[in-house]
Design a protein around this ligand. Structure first.
Ligand code: ZN
Length: 174
């Protein structure tokens, strides 16, 4: 009985630590986006920035892309519970169902020491939330936001070429 109780506390403890990590990643992504906003136009790569802002801050937004008002849920996947977690740190299942989208954060999202990558992952996934599945758009948008906010951006060369983005309509910042 005592053992079970200890185990329960351990599980609850580790879940709340992960929730805190997700919360921190979201607020850092919002800070990054807000820092970029003054130097960006109203629309970046066909992503309306006021829609994007509503989505990332309120998790509720009116979408010209999907149609109607949508809300976003954020879930944390348990170890081995999601097949997509084998390939991704986070993912959004598209299209929305009943006006709702779900961003799932996988266990590796919470890997210690990956803070900058976490906020970038949120910025990236939110492009899928607002503007659909195009990987090149999501990468180029995230790099543009990061560059506008910090003057530099995280290289995404491998993922960029894996998705054949050189042939896409999107470009990484110079
Ligand atoms: Zn993506």
């Amino acid at each position: 009985m005592r053992f079970c109780l200890a185990l329960l506390i351990f599980v609850v403890g580790s879940l709340s630590a992960r929730a805190e990590t997700a919360q921190t990643a979201f607020s850092e992504a919002i800070d990054l986006f807000e820092a970029a906003l003054p130097s960006l136009p109203a629309e970046v790569m066909s992503v309306d920035l006021s829609t994007y802002r509503d989505a990332i801050t309120l998790r509720k937004f009116r979408s010209a892309y999907w149609g109607g008002t949508l809300s976003l849920g954020v879930a944390e996947a348990g170890e081995g519970s999601e097949r997509s977690c084998k390939s991704f740190a986070a993912f959004v299942r598209l299209p929305p169902e009943n006006g709702e989208l779900l961003l799932t954060l996988c266990p590796q999202f919470s890997t210690p020491g990956a803070d900058a990558l976490r906020r970038l992952t949120i910025i990236h996934e939110m492009v899928h939330v607002v503007a659909g599945p195009d990987e090149c758009r999501a990468m180029a948008f995230a790099a543009t936001v990061e560059k506008a906010a910090t003057g530099t951006f995280t290289p995404v060369d491998r993922y960029w070429s894996a998705n054949n983005c050189a042939a896409s309509a999107f470009r990484l910042p110079r």
